[in-house]
Design a binder for this molecule. Structure first.
Ligand code: AMP
Ligand code: ZN
Length: 484
């Protein structure tokens, strides 16, 4: 079945028709790297990761690009505050970004272009726009003249005359029209700069994304994603610049925008101070739970950040991972599967799962309806657990179990919410081993050999095992709280 996608540009759902058969171009606006990203920023990273993975699952050869905005006022200010260069700030938070998205189970993009590596291409594009008379320079800055682009406002459904009227009060004297936006910014004293035909300066934010998306994906590509706050002006401006520069009617064909993560009804944002870093949250919650928390809601709708929601998602994700582990544990290591048809005696169960499976995939094909699909996945989990309880009475169960595992693996290729790190570990054997270690540590503590007892605890922590001391004794658990 075809995949249907809600396109912000048309305001409705459309069937996905690739622009070219070689690859599916997908560009997502990435972070401005001046600090650790917060869990609201993580929402587009996660939902577009799942959409990308589902497209790959459906057989599309996705080329996925996410830019890194490594020069910007916020980076410059942070550098000043810390007494280091803008490059040092950008490098520090780019490294942190990579660490955090890896932990979040986000598959790396094919390309992570940095704005400062593309200054020449950016200048060349701005020059073209000036030559075409859709942009003009003014005292070292270069602006895009929005009145020169007939379709300005097509994405955000804003009318140019209304935009101009609204801004009449604070007219910037350097601009021809109040809605014109900056392509090149003249450097102020002490700011980093690059030489250009208009003097020393740096690129504006919007032009970066136009230049870098088209460089890696071509003049016209399939998907462009980002948070809803980027529809206007960022994406509107990207369309104006790109279409004027290339003469193409289509810049990005489908525009996807995720809803906000709110904190008590207000958008989580750095400037409001109502944020939690993804890095901090991952210390408390397993990443599978954080991903599930987002996927339980549709990507276009709002979500309220709540500890109750995250706690519930932790329990739910744990249920899924435990069921997966149980399935794995039930199958002997040397089992060779037969064809599923040979398991006719358990056909009812298989047919039930097959029906849920097609509902799950249909939900994903309907504008990536992850809450619908996750609902079906947990119906499958419930049926799996019932089946496991009765499995001893069944014949040929291993074939079905094997098939079920392949289904769970299939879903997890796009959801990424099963913790497989402990599947395959024999829990009983491990617990036996841990009890022996705990006994040794107890003896060390009785003998007041605190140094060695603590050393043992630290070594276990490095191996991902946490010891919890209480008056009644010591227990152990995995660090990520799954599978105690
Ligand atoms: P920024 O680093 O602020 O440019 O944001 C990176 C991405 O996170 C953009 O796609 C934003 O639209 C998105 N974003 C920022 N805040 C939120 C939020 N509270 N909820 C969802 N997405 C957000
Ligand atoms: Zn962008």
């Amino acid at each position: 079945m075809a995949i249907k996608i809600y396109n912000t540009l048309s305001g409705g759902k459309e069937e996905y028709q690739p622009i070219n058969s070689d690859y599916t171009g997908f560009y997502v606006c990435g972070p401005t790297v001046y600090d650790y990203f917060h869990i609201g920023n993580a929402r587009p990273f996660i939902v577009f990761d799942v959409i990308r993975r589902f497209l790959i699952f459906r057989g599309y050869n996705v080329r996925y690009v996410m830019n890194l905005t490594d020069i910007d006022d916020k980076i410059i200010n942070r550098a000043k505050a810390d007494g280091v260069t803008s490059k040092e700030i950008a490098d520090r938070y780019i490294n942190a970004f990579f660490e955090d998205i890896q932990k979040l189970g986000v598959r790396p993009a094919d390309v992570y272009p940095r704005a400062t590596d593309h200054i020449n291409e950016i200048i060349a594009t701005i020059k073209k726009l000036v030559e075409q008379d859709v942009a003009y320079s003014s005292a070292g800055d270069v602006f895009y003249d929005v009145t020169k682009f007939a379709n300005y406002g097509q994405l955000s459904k804003k009318k140019l005359d209304e935009l101009q009227a609204g801004k009449r009060i604070a007219v910037d004297e350097r601009k021809k029209n109040s809605a014109d936006f900056v392509l090149w910014k003249a450097a102020k004293p002490g700011e980093p700069f690059w030489p250009s035909p208009w003097g020393n300066g740096r690129p504006g934010w919007h032009i970066e994304c136009s230049v870098m998306s088209m460089k890696y994906l071509g003049k016209s590509f399939d998907f462009h994603g980002g948070g809803q706050d980027l529809i206007f002006p960022h994406h509107e401006n990207e369309i104006a610049q790109s279409c004027a520069a290339t003469g193409c009617n289509i810049f990005a064909k489908y525009w996807l925008h995720n809803g906000f993560l709110d904190m008590k009804g207000e958008k989580m944002s750095k400037s409001l101070g109502n944020f939690v870093t993804a890095r901090g949250l991952m210390e408390t919650y397993p990443t599978t739970a954080i991903r599930l928390f987002f996927l339980q809601k549709h990507y276009r709708g709002p979500i309220d950040f709540s500890e109750e929601g995250l706690n519930a998602a932790t329990v739910t994700a744990q249920r899924l991972s435990l069921t997966y582990k149980k399935l794995k544990d039930l199958i002997p290591a040397d089992f060779v599967p037969n064809k599923l048809e040979e398991t006719a005696k358990i056909g009812d169960f298989v047919r039930q799962i097959q029906a849920l499976d097609s509902d799950l995939l249909a939900a994903m094909e309907d504008d990536f309806n992850t809450p619908g699909a996750i609902g079906k996945l947990f119906d499958i989990v419930r049926e799996t657990n019932k089946f496991i309880d009765e499995v001893a009475k069944r014949e040929d169960a291993n074939n079905v179990l094997h098939w079920l595992i392949s289904k769970y693996d299939e879903y997890d290729r796009f959801f990424g919410i099963i913790d497989k790190s402990h599947a395959g570990v024999d829990h009983e054997q491990l617990d036996g081993l841990m009890q022996a270690i705990l006994k040794t540590r107890q003896t060390l503590r009785k003998e007041k050999n605190w140094a060695l007892a603590d050393q043992l605890r630290d070594d276990l922590a490095n191996a991902g095992i946490v010891l919890e001391d209480s008056p009644s004794g010591t227990t152990w658990r995995w660090q990520n709280k799954i599978l105690k």
